[in-house]
Ligand binder design. Structure first.
Ligand SMILES: [Zn+2]
Length: 153
């Protein structure tokens, strides 16, 4: 339980996959119970070797969201309230940014205000998804649509 407590504190008792709060008092076989999910990422593994122990590879997840210790690719959902076309898979984008930095196109939006909402959401979401990544967003008007991309600083 000690490690779960530590990872839970580090992740603010929020599931790293669905971004919803985790109630640590749930009975252990409830799907909403806290569990440890192992984040397997080449970029993260490499980084961990360099600065030993500063980056946890265990993340807090609901038991029902847990990917089963890396057996399946984790799926991080985009929220329903955002209006996006072609949203990019969040985990794959996070892993590429961790590995080599640069820029990832995340979604296209029909209006500027949709794009602003997506940009604001992405920055908050990535701060929990990939806490060691420093990202900022850019919005480009691409002929009637607004492309939101993430850049590493
Ligand atoms: Zn969850």
């Amino acid at each position: 339980m000690g490690q779960l407590q530590d990872v839970g504190e580090a992740d603010g008792w929020r599931c790293w996959l669905c971004d919803e709060p985790v109630d640590r008092t749930m009975p252990p076989n409830d799907p909403r119970a806290p569990s440890l999910d192992t984040r397997i990422s080449k970029g993260r593994a490499k980084k961990k070797k360099q600065d030993k122990g500063s980056l946890p590879t265990e993340r807090l997840a609901h038991k029902g969201c847990n990917t089963g210790k890396g057996a399946n690719d984790p799926v991080v959902p985009w929220p329903d309230h955002l209006i996006v076309v072609d949203p990019a898979p969040l985990i794959a984008a996070a892993e590429r940014l961790e590995r080599k930095g640069g820029r990832e196109a995340m979604a296209r939006c029909p209006t500027r205000s949709d794009a602003d909402a997506v940009a604001a959401w992405l920055v908050g979401r990535f701060s929990r998804l990939s806490p060691e990544l420093q990202v900022h967003t850019e919005i480009a008007n691409t002929g009637g649509q607004f492309l939101v991309s993430l850049h590493t600083s």
